[in-house]
Design a protein around this ligand. Structure first.
Ligand code: ATP
Ligand code: MTE
Length: 174
């Protein structure tokens, strides 16, 4: 079974102050795009770097997720530590993901440049940061998703198949 991790990193969402709209949005996009069985592995945690690193390691190494998507904690505020935690647990960074998402987000808000969102590889898992704003989820995920299945192929993960009418992915011909 293909497993995908979703971590909502937010003090307020983890305290129940607001509903986890960003995490639910990630699940809903993936459900719409992916063909075949997959299962979400879901966590809502506060902006604590140790806890976030431990959760990313757990979802990657123990739960066997080929992809782990985080929402929130990418900005400049004191408690925003998602990119630091991501770098700490990855062996390789993929800065192109953050570059493309910021470029896309700039079409909507000038504050897009405040997000330090990034992506990287831990063993056979791709980790990807999204901003916490509910509207940012679709805008960011849809622009980078075409490259995600091939990235997972390259790291020896499962073969992800999408409904091409909804999400067309790109795999270079070998
Ligand atoms: N479920 C939600 N409903 C409404 N707005 C949300 C929701 N989740 C996030 N947001 C908005 O997105 C912004 C950034 O979200 P993020 O998850 O990073 O929270 P945050 O502001 O860092 O929260 P916290 O300070 O509680 O960790 C929030 O300030 C809020 O405006
Ligand atoms: N697409 C998109 N990207 C966005 C935003 C947004 O509303 N839409 N908000 C920006 C803002 S205001 C901030 S502070 C940063 C960081 O957000 P985060 O701390 O919730 O991750 O993301 C930026 N990127």
């Amino acid at each position: 079974m293909i497993r995908i991790g979703i971590i909502n990193v937010s003090d307020r969402a983890s305290a129940g102050v607001y509903e986890d709209i960003p995490g639910k949005a990630v699940v809903s996009y993936l459900t719409d795009w992916l063909i075949g069985d997959w299962e979400p592995v879901y966590r809502i945690i506060p902006d604590e770097q140790d806890q976030l690193e431990a959760t990313m390691i757990e979802l990657a190494d123990t739960e066997g997720c080929c992809l782990v998507v985080t929402t929130g904690g990418t900005g400049p505020a004191l408690r925003d530590v998602t990119p630091e935690a991501t770098e700490a647990v990855c062996q390789k960074m993929l800065p192109g993901f953050g570059e493309l998402m910021r470029q896309e987000s700039l079409k909507y808000v000038p504050t897009a440049i405040l997000s330090r969102q990034t992506a990287g590889i831990r063993n056979q898992t791709l980790l990807l940061n999204l901003p916490g704003k509910p509207t940012a989820i679709g805008q960011c995920l849809s622009v980078v998703f075409p490259a995600i299945p091939y990235c997972i192929d390259l790291i020896g993960g499962p073969f992800l198949t999408t409904d091409e009418a909804k999400m067309k992915v790109f795999r270079p011909k070998s």
